[in-house]
Design a protein around this ligand. Structure first.
Ligand SMILES: *Cc1c(COP(=O)(O)O)cnc(C)c1O
Length: 387
C-alpha cells in the first residue's frame, strides 16, 4: 500500500484561537517582549501545572525564548559556574547538556534504566560517589529528563539527590502533560524546563518556560532573561544578562495553544494506546508503554524497539521503508556519551541507552496523525517482518 499524504513525526497544529491573541497584540501595539499575552500565557501554564494542588501554590512560571534558554537560566540560578561538574542523563537531545557547557561546567553523563529509558537512579548514586572520590567535590546539579514524555523514576532520583544534597533540574521539554503519581512533570525538581518548539506538545513557533519554585526565583530568572538591567533611571548592569524573554507575539500563539492542550494530550495518548494494542501480538516489536501505574506519559512520540533477530529487519530498515511511503519516522536520540562533541566528558554507562539507540524507532504522533494512519503504519510494519 502506498500513501500520498505525507505523515510527519510530530507537527504543530493551530487551534484557530492564536490569531485572536496576536491580532490583539497588534491592535494594542504590544509587538514587543513583555505584554499581556506573556502574563496570560505564564499564568495559564501555572494553572495547568499546579491544578488544585495546594502544595504547589508558590510555583511560578517564566516564559522564555526556548527550552534551551530555560535550562540555561535554571543552571545559573542553581549556581552552576566554570569548573563545576553537572550530572546529565546521557540518553537525550543535546540541548539538555549544552547549557552546562555554556556555563563553563563539565557534563557528567549517566545512563538509563530499561523501564522508563530515563536516568538510572542507582547508577546516578554510583556516579556521584565516584565524582566525589575522584575530584573531592560534589556535582553542582543533576539534569534529569522525561524522554519522549515518559516520566523518569522521580522518587528514586530525588531520593539520591536529597541524600547528596544536590539540586535537580527537570528537563520536561518533551513532557508537558505527563504525570507522576498524578502530579505534572516539571514541578518536582528545584527547577523545570519546558519547550514550545514547533514539534513539541504545543508550540509558540519557538519558546520555552522555566518552572520556578517561587516568585523570588522567577523574578531572578526574568531579570537575567532581560539583560540583567538594574532598577536605575539609566542602564546599569552588575552581572551578565541574556536576551531570553519570550515575545508578546509568540506568547499570543502560546495562549491560543493552551486552549487545546488537553485535547492534544488526549490525542497523543489515544494514538499510543492504538499502537500498543495493534502491536501487542507482533513478535520482536515492543511498544514503549507506561511501565507502571504511577506514571502517565503524554506520549509526545510513540516509540518502539525492534529485535532484528526475530523480525528480520532493523529499526533503520523500517525507517527507510517508511521514508519511501512518505511517512517520517526517526531513530531514537543518540546517547550523548557517544557524541563526538562530548567525548571528553566523564560517563557512567550500563549499555541500556546504546542498546535502545541500536534498536529503537519513533513513530508519528500528534494532532495531524489519525487512527487510520496508525493502522496503516502498523500494517506496514507487519508487512516488513520475516514470515
Ligand atoms: C526540545 C528539547 C529541548 C530544547 O528545547 P528548545 O525549545 O528546542 O530549545 C531540551 N531538551 C529536550 C529533551 C528536548 O527535546
Amino acid at each position: 500500500m502506498t500513501t500520498n499524504k505525507k505523515i510527519l513525526l510530530c507537527l504543530a497544529h493551530m487551534s484557530g484561537n492564536e490569531r485572536r491573541f496576536i491580532d490583539e497584540a497588534f491592535a494594542d501595539n504590544w509587538v514587543v517582549p513583555l505584554g499581556p499575552n506573556v502574563d496570560a500565557f505564564e499564568s495559564s501554564l501555572r494553572d495547568f501545572l499546579t491544578g488544585s494542588d495546594e502544595s504547589l501554590s508558590r510555583l511560578r512560571v517564566a516564559a522564555v525564548s526556548s527550552g534551551t534558554a530555560a535550562i540555561h537560566l535554571g543552571l545559573i540560578l542553581l549556581g552552576v559556574t566554570a569548573g563545576d561538574e553537572v550530572i546529565c542523563q546521557s540518553f537525550t537531545f543535546s540541548a539538555s547538556a549544552n547549557p552546562i557547557v555554556y556555563q563553563g561546567a563539565t557534563p557528567v553523563f549517566v545512563d538509563s534504566e530499561p523501564d522508563t529509558w530515563n536516568m538510572d537512579p542507582e547508577l546516578l548514586d554510583t556516579a556521584i560517589a565516584d565524582r566525589v572520590a575522584k575530584t573531592g567535590r560534589k556535582p553542582r546539579a543533576i539534569v534529569a529528563v522525561h524522554l519522549y514524555g515518559m516520566p523518569a523514576k522521580l522518587d528514586e532520583i530525588l531520593a539520591v539527590a536529597a541524600k547528596w544534597d544536590i539540586p535537580v533540574l527537570e528537563d520536561a521539554a518533551e513532557a508537558l502533560g505527563s504525570t507522576y503519581h498524578g502530579r505534572e512533570c516539571g514541578t518536582f525538581g528545584h527547577f523545570g524546563a519546558l519547550s514550545f518548539n514547533g514539534n513539541k506538545m504545543i508550540t509558540t513557533s519557538g519558546g520555552g518556560a522555566l518552572i520556578c519554585p517561587d516568585e523570588d526565583s522567577r523574578s531572578r530568572a526574568v531579570f537575567l532573561a532581560t539583560q540583567a538591567r538594574e532598577p536605575f533611571p539609566y542602564y546599569q548592569h552588575e552581572q551578565i544578562g541574556y536576551n531570553y524573554r519570550l515575545s508578546n507575539i509568540s506568547a499570543g500563539i502560546g495562549c491560543g495553544q493552551m486552549t487545546i492542550l488537553d485535547e492534544h494530550i488526549a490525542h497523543h495518548r489515544s494514538l499510543a494506546a492504538l499502537y500498543a494494542e495493534l502491536l501487542a501480538d507482533v513478535d520482536g516489536v515492543d511498544f514503549h508503554g507506561n511501565p507502571s501505574p504511577d506514571v502517565d506519559s503524554n506520549f509526545w512520540l510513540s516509540t518502539i524497539t525492534v529485535d532484528p533477530e526475530v523480525t528480520g529487519i532493523t529499526a533503520d530498515g523500517l525507517r527507510l521503508h517508511f521514508a519511501d511511503l512518505n511517512v517520517e519516522t526517526r531513530l531514537l536520540w543518540k546517547p550523548l556519551h557517544t557524541q563526538p562533541v562530548f567525548r571528553t566528558s566523564p560517563a557512567y554507562t550500563n549499555g541500556v541507552s546504546d542498546g535502545l539507540f541500536a534498536r529503537g524507532l519513533c513513530l508519528p504522533s500528534g494532532p495531524w496523525v489519525s487512527a487510520d494512519d496508525v493502522r496503516m503504519i502498523v500494517k506496514e510494519i507487519k508487512s516488513c517482518l520475516k514470515k
